[in-house]
Design a protein around this ligand. Structure first.
Ligand code: ATP
Length: 220
């Protein structure tokens, strides 16, 4: 088998898009998937595509897995297949193993068994979309009604260390603080006596313009 630059295992939405983009940028890609239909679909679009079970050490050895510049494990939902595939690649001595994780614990396991790089595409994309929607420290943003939103954000420094009543959040911004959460602790309802701490996560509700004014507090 000829040597390819990239081995992409798992041609789901993430692996498929990644493999195709690499090809479009002039790289050689061998795509592997256990699903014959996906293999057929990608055959004309990648340098080479093979139907195989990547948890099978012999199959990966025969494909020359250790000779690729980079091997990407693009299996997420099937944790067992993701972990077994990664450990087979490590055993075979693959040089640069990039593995996709769908959660922090999953990522820690992949890291511990020897993946050289662990990526979290779903998480990264979620964060990016939220920030794009409404500003830098926005964690989540939901439009309840046109012009009325619920926003999850990091407490602005100006509100840290004083009660919500003293900070006059409602009068100054025209919005309601729904809850406050210190990372690692359970969320609580916000009351006038609540004192946000640095790094706390606040959920606020109000008119879009009021919420946007509130977000801009952090950017001053
Ligand atoms: P997506 O990128 O679509 O979000 P996902 O995170 O849901 O994918 P999975 O559905 O677990 O990930 O797997 C992605 C792809 O990997 C699927 O096309 C699946 O057929 C393939 N796959 C899963 N297990 C194996 C395996 N043992 N050998 C080869 N391919 C596999």
């Amino acid at each position: 088998m000829a040597r390819h630059e990239f081995l992409v295992i798992g041609l789901g939405r993430f692996g498929g898009a990644l493999a195709e983009d690499l090809v479009q940028h002039g790289h050689d890609v061998l795509g592997v998937d256990a699903d014959g239909k996906l293999v057929q679909e990608y055959a004309p679009r990648l340098t080479h595509v093979v139907e195989a079970d990547s948890t099978d050490r012999e199959a990966l050895e025969q494909l020359g897995a250790r000779d690729f510049g980079t091997a990407v494990v693009a299996i997420g939902t099937d944790l067992e297949a993701s972990i077994l595939t990664t450990s087979v690649l490590v055993d075979l001595g693959a040089r640069n193993i990039v593995a996709k994780a769908i959660s922090e614990p999953h990522g820690r396991i992949l890291d511990r068994i020897g993946a050289h790089r662990v990526v979290f595409p779903e998480r990264d994309m979620g964060v990016r979309v939220a920030r794009r929607l409404a500003g830098r420290d926005v964690i989540d943003y939901m439009e309840l009604d046109p012009g009325f939103v619920l926003l999850e954000t990091i407490a602005p420094p100006e509100l840290v260390g004083k009660s919500l009543a003293d900070a006059e959040v409602r009068r100054r911004f025209g919005l309601t603080v729904v809850s406050i959460k210190t990372p690692g602790e359970p969320a609580t309802y916000a009351t006038p006596e609540t004192v946000p701490r640095e790094g706390d996560i606040m959920v606020v509700a109000g008119e879009t313009s009021a919420v946007e004014r509130f977000v801009r507090l952090r950017e001053r």
